[in-house]
Design a protein around this ligand. Sequence first.
Ligand SMILES: CC(C)(COP(=O)(O)OP(=O)(O)OC[C@H]1O[C@@H](n2cnc3c(N)ncnc32)[C@H](O)[C@@H]1OP(=O)(O)O)[C@@H](O)C(=O)NCCC(=O)NCCS
Length: 135
Amino acid sequence: MKNFIKRTIDHIRRKPLLVKPVVSHRFIKHQDKTDWGVSIHMIEKSGRAYARTYWYDDDETVVILEGLHVDKEARGNGIASKLLELHIQIAKDNHASSQLKVKEGTWVYEWYKRKGYKDFVKCKESNDIWMILLP
Ligand SMILES: CC(C)(COP(=O)(O)OP(=O)(O)OC[C@H]1O[C@@H](n2cnc3c(N)ncnc32)[C@H](O)[C@@H]1OP(=O)(O)O)[C@@H](O)C(=O)NCCC(=O)NCCS
C-alpha cells in the first residue's frame, strides 16, 4: 500500500501541470496612407492576431474591416472581440458605418449579428454577405 501511494505521488509529480497559456492582448497599430485611402493594420503584440480597417478617400462615411484572423492556439481568449471593438471605435470616432464581408450562416456571421451588424448586400457568386453596422 505504501509503495502504491509513493508510486502515485511520484507519477503526479512527473506529470506536467496543465497551464492554459496566458494570452494578454495588446495591439500594435500601423497606418498606411495610399493614393486611394487609408489602411490601419492592427497586430496583436506577439503576432497572434491581425485585422485591417480601411476606407476610401472618396467615401469617409464607411470604414471596412478585413482580414480578421487569430492563430488557432490563441482563439477563445477574446482577442478578436478586442480587435472588433477597436475597429468599431474607429468607425464611431469618424461617425462612419462599419462594413465587413462574412460567410452567411456561420457562427462568425451570428457573432457579428450579436454585435449589432445587419445584413447588407449578398454576394451573387458565393455564400458571402456584406454586413453593416450603422453609426
Ligand atoms: C473568427 C476568429 C477571428 C475569432 O477569434 P477569437 O479570438 O477566438 O474570438 P473571441 O474569443 O473574441 O470570441 C468572439 C465571439 O465568438 C464566439 N466564439 C469563439 N469561437 C467560437 C467557436 N469556435 N464557435 C462558436 N462561437 C465561437 C465567442 O463566444 C465570442 O462570442 P461573444 O462575443 O458573444 O461572447 C477566429 O476564429 C479566426 O481567426 N477564424 C478564422 C478566420 C475567420 O473566420 N475570420 C473572420 C473573417 S469574417
